[in-house]
Design a protein around this ligand. Sequence first.
Ligand SMILES: Nc1ncnc2c1ncn2[C@@H]1O[C@H](COP(=O)(O)OP(=O)(O)O)[C@@H](O)[C@H]1O
Ligand SMILES: [Mg+2]
Length: 289
Amino acid sequence: MGKTPFNLTNRAGFPMIDSMQNITSKPVGSPRILAIANQKGGVGKTTTAVNLATALAAVGKKVLLIDLDPQGNASTGLGVKRSGMAYSAYDLFFEDDAFRASVQPTKVPGLSIVPSSMHLAGAEIELVTAEMRESRLKSALSNASGFDYVLMDCPPSLSLITLNAFVAADAVLVPLQCEFYALEGLSQLVKTIERVKGKFNPALEIQGLVLTMVDRRNNLSGAVEADVRGHFGDKVYKTIIPRNVRLSEAPSYGLPAIVYDMKCVGSKAYINLAKEVIRREREHVRKAA
Ligand SMILES: Nc1ncnc2c1ncn2[C@@H]1O[C@H](COP(=O)(O)OP(=O)(O)O)[C@@H](O)[C@H]1O
Ligand SMILES: [Mg+2]
């Protein structure tokens, strides 16, 4: 278990509060809603969703994580048992007024979750013939006041569930695995975001792209990073997430890495990413004012 004891009942136990306390995001009314998406599997979406959500909660934000992947890795990674739940993310699409009932607390103070269920796999098919099929999640999230941030962990596809996430979102955060094929498929993702922007959600933007599983000892990593930064410039967060075994161990304990071992390089990187995300949010609010 973690090298450092982590007092889950006491926010003051979070070490990053000191370094983050001067950073504030917009005052809260309705939450900022971020979709964490990339249609490729295994690029670090869930790891990013869980640890970013935890880091934001650690600085006093009220955070909701919605697990939209039928595989439910974000739910199990936060120690939430998926059996025996009355409501899940599935119900957000099909059950009016399911929002409040589907929100559950987690062991992390300030972080709630709407867990996934296997039914979500069927939701794709059910949505095809449903009315307002692209905006059902958006309607459900109109009840999400009281949260500062809603993070949505998307499935590895550009399916109707991901489309619903883009229609409901203020912005998209794209994890990119730092490998030779990092940019492959990205144009399709960007086109989908543009299409949603044009048709359903004019304010949608890419909050940023984050390079994950970076191995600085590997020459290719540097070349890929340069390539991605060359394509997307400032949209790429300065923070990179290194390859770090603690990040991949933590979910088996049902804990975010930031709780499991807050001093490991992976946790520190996610804390820095949270700072950047909050800064970008603050910038967004300043521009909108
Ligand atoms: N920075 C990292 N270092 C080491 N392992 C990682 C890192 N990020 C993710 N992983 C591991 O890689 C696998 C895929 O990551 P995951 O976040 O589940 O991706 P996705 O949600 O995009 O499918 C998981 O086993 C996860 O624990
Ligand atoms: Mg995932």
